[in-house]
Design a protein around this ligand. Structure first.
Ligand SMILES: [Zn+2]
Length: 80
């Protein structure tokens, strides 16, 4: 099960490079950070940070797999 966080970098491919998904120029580059769920040694739910990707928002959204329906809160991971 995965969660994703996506945010705009506020710049184009001139600054951040071409889309990592389709390889084309992007006028407004987004970064997507995936998190993969795993169960810790005490049975608690943990989220592992996976490699982030850059590109068109639409391309990044199309890369999502097995996404949970719950929204990802900024502080629901890494604090406990
Ligand atoms: Zn793209």
């Amino acid at each position: 099960m995965n969660k994703y966080k996506i945010s705009s970098l506020g710049g184009s491919s001139d600054k951040y490079g071409k889309c990592e998904v389709c390889g084309k120029h992007v006028s407004d580059v987004f970064i997507q950070q995936p998190y993969e769920q795993f169960t810790g040694p005490d049975g608690e739910v943990c989220w592992e940070t996976k490699e982030s990707i850059f590109g068109h928002k639409e391309c990044l959204l199309s890369m999502r797999t097995d996404e949970t329906k719950e929204p990802l809160e900024e502080n629901t991971y890494g604090n406990d």
